[in-house]
Design a protein around this ligand. Structure first.
Ligand code: FES
Ligand SMILES: [Fe+2]
Length: 397
């Protein structure tokens, strides 16, 4: 560990429960270390199986120096490869979606099967052994139709995440959903400020009047609990789990994290639309609108907010030390007719909320950049953010 990082970490230990020192939000060397220790070591959401419906459907996921191709092969298996040609290293697939019978490199046309095997290498010597030059595999896991990749050579197991969240996710049947809408919001701030913001609802009252008008999560614990009894009853009738799955206790562990909690919307809200009325048909096996919202953490880096009729997945992708993309993916039932999904009303809440978050997170970074900035204490309502910072410090130590 670099000496200056050791010093910073020691100093940070002297201020438990406080935000990070400035260097953590600005230093390019720390950023490089974070890529290695966190983003190249953890499970990250790449795409949804509905985007890989047929053999040859491919999606890329790009982060920092890396790009991953995820595709459905001829046997309908989901495969993930480093998007790096084994000839001289060119990117093979462009960013985004593509449909390919084979994966052909645009440089000298080396061509790979959807299983990653090298099939064609033009004009190479007779004794060239193609079997030695298949695409490099990237670890991939599918859970609830969400496809996760892990760039590590020895990825931490994902099994515990799956087993702990299985029953909470089951009624939504996310494997039978489709991506209905996608947005990416570039935020001029270090990635940790976006995560810190997302982990706490202390700011929801002052910053998100639209969210606070419907979600009891914006209240402190005592007032929130007063809405809970009714929700538990309604959720049970609707077939939705309200069982809390606590964030993994060992925040220092290298294992991916998980979390589930369902909290109440206010009385007349069936879902997260402006008027509280449904925006899409009920998901999965859900029988009724219970008036709840599930916050779910799948692995350490991916979050889902699930209502009875739609869900929004969040991915925060660092683009540089001071730019982060907040990416949002909206899901509805796969068999919902276009006419049964009111896209505008569905995307409204998390669209306006993310625009507001962008503003406050960027203002946060501007203040953190100041010579007058010093780490400040998290409030009790920001306990999850304080926990996140503990986890972060353990990870990069
Ligand atoms: S770099 Fe891909 S074929 Fe040459
Ligand atoms: Fe927010």
């Amino acid at each position: 560990m670099p000496a200056n990082l050791k010093q910073l970490l020691d100093r940070q230990k002297e201020m438990p429960g406080c935000s990070l020192q400035q260097a953590f939000y600005k230093d390019p060397d720390i950023y490089r270390r974070e890529m290695e220790k966190i983003f190249f070591a953890d499970w990250i959401y790449a795409c949804h199986i509905s985007q890989l419906a047929e053999p040859g459907d491919c999606e890329t996921f790009d982060i920092d120096t890396e790009s991953v191709i995820v595709c459905r092969d001829q046997q309908m298996k989901i495969q993930a490869f480093a998007n790096v040609c084994r000839h001289r290293g060119s990117r093979i697939c462009p960013s985004g979606s593509s449909k390919n019978k084979r994966l052909s490199c645009p440089y000298h046309a080396w061509t790979y099967g959807l299983d990653g095997k090298l099939l064609v290498a033009r004009l190479m010597p007779d004794d060239f052994d193609k079997s030695e030059y298949g695409l490099k595999n990237v670890s991939v896991e599918v859970f609830g139709g969400f496809v996760f990749v892990n760039l590590s050579e020895n990825p931490a197991p994902f099994d515990e995440v799956k087993s702990k969240l299985q029953s909470a996710l089951a009624p939504f049947e996310f494997e039978n959903t489709r991506l209905a809408h996608y947005e990416s919001h570039p935020i001029d701030a270090n990635w940790k400020l976006t995560y810190e913001n997302f982990f706490e609802c202390y700011h929801c009252g002052p910053a998100h009047k639209e969210y606070a008008a419907s979600h009891s999560l914006s209240l402190d614990q005592n007032r929130r609990d007063s809405y809970r009894e009714k929700l538990v009853e309604q959720a049970m009738d609707a077939g939705i789990s309200t069982e809390r799955v606590e964030i993994s206790e060992t925040m220092s562990a290298d294992l991916p994290q998980y979390y589930h909690h369902r909290s109440a919307l206010y009385d007349d809200f069936k879902t997260a639309s402006e008027d509280g009325q449904p925006v899409a048909p009920l998901l999965g096996s859900i029988k009724a609108y219970d008036g709840g919202a599930s916050d779910i953490m799948i692995g350490s880096l991916t979050y889902l907010v699930a209502y009875a009729d739609h869900a929004v997945l969040y991915r925060f992708t660092p683009r540089s030390v001071d730019v982060t993309d907040a990416e949002l993916f909206w899901f509805v039932r796969a068999d919902a007719a276009e006419s049964d999904v009111d896209l505008e009303r569905m995307k409204w809440l998390w669209h306006v909320t993310t625009i507001a978050d962008k503003k406050i997170i960027e203002a946060n970074q501007q203040g953190v950049n100041s010579r007058f900035y010093q780490p400040g204490p998290y409030s009790p309502m920001e306990a999850p953010t304080a926990g996140l910072i503990e986890w972060y410090l353990a990870r990069i130590s």
